[in-house]
Ligand binder design. Structure first.
Ligand code: AMP
Ligand code: ZN
Length: 474
């Protein structure tokens, strides 16, 4: 079976065919690096990492270019840097370093390119000037604004504004807020460029605006995807003329469909005379806590870093593979509930798989049934069910590797789990000796107390005829 992906644009699952059959180009909206990323932010990172791995398997390791941007210009970044008394570059460098380490611990491959917004200001200005020259944007009070209404009246081969989000422009105009900024002609116009206030980062403005300014939110992704997936491939991609400014896959969380992705499409298509920005638009569902989206603003978040290194979720640390498997046990388009129970179940599954693969080094083939399940719009649920059926250890290892899982041997896995215990083995041995003494004295209460104390620390005791042994049980 060939690869099929659900396309938000057409609301159907479609057979995937890259524009250039020899090379796939994918762009995913990355993090705004002002603070630790929460585990909800990790969902698109993990989901699109699985897609990246699958594309590399289907089309060849060197035949996929995955671009995930780093948003390092943003109001939250300015505010946080000021609060901490450091420069914006210091803040974004520090936050980015933690982010990179976190997602590596989650088993994600590095994308081929991770462009930073602040390093693509020239491309942003270039697109903005094209938009003004073509009449899709205008300058007002040192701002540059994009006009969806202008796009709508030009139409021709341009897509309809609102097609991705499935909204009509008339409805949007009717539903727009009343307190619209005075420099906007229409309530639906959005900012491409704006003046910087004192202390904010600023760059020379486009369109002859005298004062310095900074980009609006959406233009950076149009600029970076164009530079990294279109301009950098000039002469290297074979495609129809109409597809010259189109790339294959664009991804992100479902909350980005509107306005972010709708506006990216508007900017890119209008500036580049393109009928589409990307062929396939993929969106992951929300990671939820008690039915609500996990987000910084709701305060119901837990960071990737806390899960990996602290005991603030479920009273213990979690290995990156556990977080990753827990994430992939739900199909990427469904909402996912983040619970301790789900993490415990994921860990048990990994224990079973590691026991099965033991010390085997790999070199196996991905099981066809696992690959087919993933090729069906990343059906990780079905693929995991197939993993459970595999009896050939080499094939299990290779197939789980396609998920970014089971990269260790069993002894490495067990050693890691032991190292994560907040009790050292000498102390465990001492407690076992104390318990034996208590039992010899028929002090059952003390014996039970010690067993429970160890259980609370994740150590399970086993009494056998050769004495008492212990194992990590979580
Ligand atoms: P942000 O830093 O808020 O721009 O988000 C970065 C990425 O994480 C975007 O693709 C969002 O759609 C995604 N995202 C944010 N919160 C969640 C969540 N609770 N569940 C799934 N994805 C999310
Ligand atoms: Zn974006």
């Amino acid at each position: 079976m060939a690869l099929r992906l659900y396309n938000t644009l057409t609301r159907t699952k479609e057979a995937f065919a890259p524009i250039d059959p020899a090379h796939v180009r994918m762009y995913v909206c990355g993090p705004t690096v002002y603070d630790f990323a929460h585990i909800g932010n990790a969902r698109p990172i993990i989901v699109f990492d699985v897609l990246y791995r699958l594309l590399r398997l289907v089309y060849g390791q060197q035949s996929v270019t995955y671009v995930r941007n780093i948003t390092d210009v943003d109001d939250k970044i300015n505010a946080r840097a000021a609060e901490r008394g450091i420069t914006i570059r210091e803040l974004t460098d520090q936050t980015n370093a933690v982010f990179q380490a976190d997602v590596k611990a989650l088993g994600c491959l590095e994308p081929d390119v991770q462009p930073r917004a602040t390093e693509h200001i020239v491309e942003m200005r270039d697109l903005i000037e094209k938009l003004v020259q073509k009449g899709f944007a205008y300058v007002a009070e040192e701002h540059v604004l994009f006009s969806p209404a202008a796009m709508d009246s030009a139409r021709g081969k341009l897509p309809r504004y609102g097609a991705l989000a499935n909204r009509s422009l008339d409805e949007m105009i009717a539903g727009a807020r009343v307190d619209v900024a005075p420099y906007k002609r229409e309530a639906t116009d959005f900012v491409l460029w704006k003046p910087s206030k004192a202390g904010e980062p600023s760059w020379p403005s486009p369109c002859g605006i005298a004062s310095e300014g900074r980009p609006g939110w959406h233009i950076e992704c149009s600029a970076m995807s164009w530079k990294r997936l279109i301009a950098d491939f000039a002469g290297k991609i074979s495609c129809e003329a109409a597809d010259a400014n189109v790339f294959d896959i664009h991804g992100g969380g479902i909350d980005l469909v509107f306005p972010h992705h709708e506006n990216e499409i508007a900017q890119s298509c209008c500036a580049l005379d393109a009928p589409r920005m990307a062929n396939v638009w993929m969106h992951n569902g929300f990671l939820q806590v008690e039915g609500e989206k996990m987000s910084k603003s709701l305060g119901n978040f837990i960071t990737i870093n806390e899960l990996l290194t602290s005991t603030s979720f479920g009273g213990r640390k979690w290995h990156g593979d556990v977080l990753r498997l827990a994430m992939l046990r739900t199909h990427y388009r469904q909402p996912i509930d983040w619970t301790v129970k789900a993490l415990e179940e994921a860990e048990k599954t990994l224990d079973v798989w590691y026991a099965q693969v033991g010390e085997s080094a790999g070199e196996g083939e991905v099981a066809p049934a696992v690959r087919e399940a993933l090729e069906d719009d990343l059906n990780t649920v079905a693929a995991i069910a197939e993993l459970h059926k595999l009896t050939d250890t080499k094939s299990l290892k290779a197939s789980a590797n396609l998920f970014g899982l089971l990269q260790l041997t069993q002894s490495q896995w067990l050693a890691l789990k032991q190292a994560d215990l907040d009790i050292d083995p000498a102390e465990i041995d001492q407690l076992i000796a104390d318990r034996l003494a208590a039992r010899a004295a028929k002090n059952w209460a003390e014996s039970d107390r010690i067993r429970d104390l160890l259980a609370a620390k994740g150590v399970a005791l086993k009494d056998g005829k050769d004495g008492t042994t212990w194992e990590v049980k979580r």
